[in-house]
Design a protein around this ligand. Structure first.
Ligand code: MLT
Length: 259
């Protein structure tokens, strides 16, 4: 991976393919390698920029709470370093929260937004409390406390060992920082309702982590959003159904050229 210095940390990223840039933000507690199957589908349509977000993979994982705005700020610095003034941006789950924060801060740079297995609503008080309890456990026991997520990230049990390996290679500081960013993220509903760029939603109907109703909720706020619901697919459509996910994301460009 290549590395760039942004906001005082080293951010690792993979860049491949040709076309208009598409920045892909991975989910929690994962890294850029979860885009591999989708990247193979999209590399002839887009120039793909696939970072390891602050706290994850080969990027630095400073101690302390992160915010989605800060994580989006890292991506803005990355695009600046690559001299990319405008891009499509898509995020998986937590990556969607960061893509939304990016779009809120830099709407003029966003050609289109993809939310994959994600949501616009903030945490409920219970979900927030659960995140802080996990932060506490992580500080005491390390990343193995997240191992149970490996089985929930896909509806296909064959994917669990792949996810487990990524989870166990993470650093507790990064996971703790990102959990706090997710716990404190704002409601993106009102912003999305007035989005001027095309929006694609991809959601597995068998998602065990974020119910598919959350994507329908966005669609009801923004009827122009293009929703692809995938039967039998869980929380990771990019890995579980790369062909269908790629097809859905290509619609961002069709919509753009017809506007
Ligand atoms: C993710 O897959 O990124 C997380 O499950 C999102 C979340 O915990 O809200």
């Amino acid at each position: 991976m290549e590395k760039v210095s942004v906001n005082g940390i080293s951010l690792a990223y993979e860049r491949r393919g040709t076309g208009t840039p598409l920045l892909l933000a991975h989910g929690f507690p994962l890294d850029h390698s979860t885009w591999e199957a989708l990247a193979a589908q999209l590399e002839t349509d887009f120039e793909l920029i696939m970072p390891d977000l602050r706290g994850f993979g080969q990027s630095d994982a400073p101690a302390g709470a992160y915010t989605v705005e800060q994580m989006a700020g890292d991506l803005n610095e990355l695009l600046k370093a690559l001299k990319i003034p405008q891009a499509y941006i898509a995020g998986h789950s937590m990556g969607g929260y960061i893509a939304l924060a990016f779009a809120r801060a830099h709407p003029e740079q966003v050609l289109g937004l993809g939310l994959i297995g994600s949501q616009a609503t903030p945490d409920s008080p219970e979900a927030k409390a659960g995140r802080y309890a996990t932060v506490q456990k992580l500080s005491q026991e390390g990343v193995k406390v997240l191992a149970g997520m490996a089985e929930k990230l896909s509806a296909n049990p064959d994917h669990a060992p792949f996810f487990l390996e990524i989870i166990l290679s993470q650093r507790a500081t990064g996971m703790m920082g990102a959990l706090q960013a997710m716990a404190e993220r704002p409601d993106s509903g009102p912003f999305l309702a007035s989005a001027k760029f095309p929006v694609v939603l991809v959601h597995g109907l068998a998602d065990a982590l974020i119910p598919h109703e959350r994507a329908r909720q966005i669609k009801s706020l923004l009827p122009g959003a293009m929703l692809s619901e995938l039967a039998g697919i869980g929380h990771s459509p990019a890995l579980e159904a790369p062909v269908e996910t790629a097809q859905a994301l290509r619609k961002l460009t069709e919509k753009n050229s017809s506007q």
